[in-house]
Write a protein that binds this ligand. Structure first.
Ligand SMILES: NC(=O)c1ccc[n+]([C@@H]2O[C@H](COP(=O)([O-])OP(=O)(O)OC[C@H]3O[C@@H](n4cnc5c(N)ncnc54)[C@H](O)[C@@H]3O)[C@@H](O)[C@H]2O)c1
Ligand SMILES: O=c1ccn([C@@H]2O[C@H](COP(=O)(O)OP(=O)(O)O[C@H]3O[C@H](CO)[C@@H](O)[C@H](O)[C@H]3O)[C@@H](O)[C@H]2O)c(=O)[nH]1
Length: 442
């Protein structure tokens, strides 16, 4: 099948490459010339385990192409995916500017019938809006005979696991109105999943499914974060509580880890966007709003714990921040809890030193200039008053705290991801604080 993918961010680049990997011929389009230039040389603009090799091989074998010109992508294509960004606008709604620009570009060049598939996360009714918009373009160009259908095919991949999620999805959701469109999507995804895992529905339901799924996952995290705070108040252990809850099959074990809050380019914006959509329909969206509210507070928690511990001395401390990415195995720092923490600490007058295995370039771009950076864990911790774990990178989980404790000025650790064993840390002489496992009523 010949496929065009518009947008080469996490979603467009990964899904386009995976379509090529399964034998389709794919042309990926982006307006960012530097990005396309790099991709043509086989250099991935994003860090995603396994992606570089797939891009290189599929380009070499002639199934994957990159261009800045939409015309190159549209030539002979059966399916045109829109995978551009939908960042949050100031009021919380999804900003559709990139999606509208993409449909305008397609509408000004398309000269044959095809299916346009929206992979970007978009509010309900976007498919209908795009359909009207592209038909206007075609009418203006005297091409109204072209047959078009706009489908919704939201993406559920997780950063850091994107290739695996894309090649072996739990399910594929497709919002399509016609049997013909459903048949094409079935053929496209046949190499990826068995047929019963392709869930067909109307486009509006598919659009809502994406927001509802993300909000449900975010709700589980916010719920556990609230339970963790309660655990700390009453001297209980949130990991034991989680174990007890998760063994009920109806609850399950996933997305129940308490921590210093969820970040990333999706949960924060999608929960807010769902609130905006519902409120626009006159609903309160009580649950979804609470999920966001708990998370905003949770991102402040490490800072509050540190202020409680250091009091007036906050201005004197040198804090060593372990991890900047919003989660491990990505360099993405969008909405990362590290940003809230570091800004807060600098506001209190503390000195901040930071290290992340791969997000250092992003950090230089996003964090205030007075943050200092360390080249490795040793130089990060040397002379520090405390270590603050924000991202659960494997190298932090495996840290040799006996050795690192010897390098620190004071042996104090704030563990925002509950990756250390409290008993071991205390036995090594650390003052150790974590989330919902402090076991001493406060
Ligand atoms: N990042 C994720 O893990 C993830 C997962 C599932 C769904 N989503 C959703 O998928 C969409 C894309 O997310 P992302 O993280 O890949 O975005 P991104 O911001 O990383 O990438 C978007 C890309 O689109 C390009 N672009 C913008 N306008 C364009 C145009 N008119 N023509 C061609 N290219 C254009 C940009 O230059 C950029 O490279 C969003 O709606 C997001 O909510 C993201
Ligand atoms: O038990 C948990 C699980 C996750 N997180 C945090 O939640 C955030 C998001 O994590 P994750 O969901 O793994 O990353 P994303 O790549 O943002 O993926 C989410 O957002 C994507 C974009 O919409 C969806 O496609 C995915 O299905 C959905 O998991 C991160 O800050 C994690 O640290 C927790 O605090 N506790």
């Amino acid at each position: 099948m010949k496929i065009c993918v518009v947008g080469t961010g996490y979603v467009g680049l990964v899904t386009g490459t995976c379509f090529a990997e399964k034998g389709h011929t794919v042309c990926c389009i982006d307006i960012d010339e530097e990005r396309i230039g790099k991709l043509k040389k086989g250099i991935s603009p994003i860090y995603e385990p396994g992606l570089d090799e797939l891009i290189e091989r599929n380009q070499r074998e002639g199934r994957l192409f990159f261009s800045t010109k939409i015309r190159d992508g549209l030539e002979g294509t059966q399916l045109c995916f829109i995978a551009v960004g939908t960042p949050p606008a100031d009021d919380g709604r999804a900003d559709l500017a990139q999606v509208l620009a993409a449909i305008d570009d397609i509408g000004s060049e398309l000269s044959h019938s095809c299916y346009i598939v929206v992979k970007s996360t978009v509010p309900v009714g976007t498919g209908t809006l795009l359909c009207k918009r592209i038909k206007n373009h075609l009418r203006e160009r005297g091409m109204e005979k072209i047959n078009l259908e706009i489908l919704s095919n939201p993406e559920f991949l997780k950063e850091g696991m994107a290739i695996e999620d894309c090649l072996h999805p739990d399910r594929v959701v497709v919002g399509a109105a016609s049997d013909e469109a459903r048949a094409v999507m079935r053929e496209l995804y046949r190499p990826f999943v068995s047929e019963e895992k392709i869930i067909f529905m109307d486009p509006a339901s598919a659009e809502i499914t994406k927001y509802a799924a993300n909000t449900m996952l975010a709700a589980r995290i916010s719920f556990m974060n609230e339970i963790a705070q309660l655990c700390d108040k009453v001297g209980a252990d949130v990991l034991s509580v989680k174990k007890g809850m998760a063994s009920d099959r109806r609850i399950g074990e996933y997305f129940l880890n308490a921590g210093c809050g969820y970040g990333g380019s999706c949960f924060p914006k999608d929960v807010q966007a769902l609130c905006y959509i519902g409120e626009g329909q006159g609903l309160d969206m009580t649950m979804a709003s609470a999920v966001s509210k708990v998370n905003r507070k949770q991102k402040e928690l490490l800072q509050i714990m540190m202020r409680e511990r250091f009091g007036e001395d906050m201005e004197e401390i040198e804090a060593a921040i372990m991890g900047l990415a919003f989660k491990p195995h990505t360099n993405d720092m969008r909405e990362a809890p590290s940003i809230t923490l570091i800004r807060g600490l600098l506001n209190c007058g503390a000195s901040v030193r930071a290290y992340d295995p791969i997000a250092m370039d992003e950090a230089h771009r996003l964090l205030p200039d007075n943050v200092q950076y360390a080249a490795d864990i040793e130089s990060l911790l040397a002379g520090a008053d405390c270590a603050v774990i924000v991202t659960e990178w494997p190298q932090f989980k495996e840290a040799d705290w006996e050795k690192f404790g010897g390098l620190m000025k004071r042996k104090i650790v704030f563990d925002g991801r509950n990756i250390c064993d409290p008993e071991k840390m205390r036995a090594l002489g650390f003052e150790y604080y974590c989330i919902g496992r402090n076991m001493r009523p406060r």
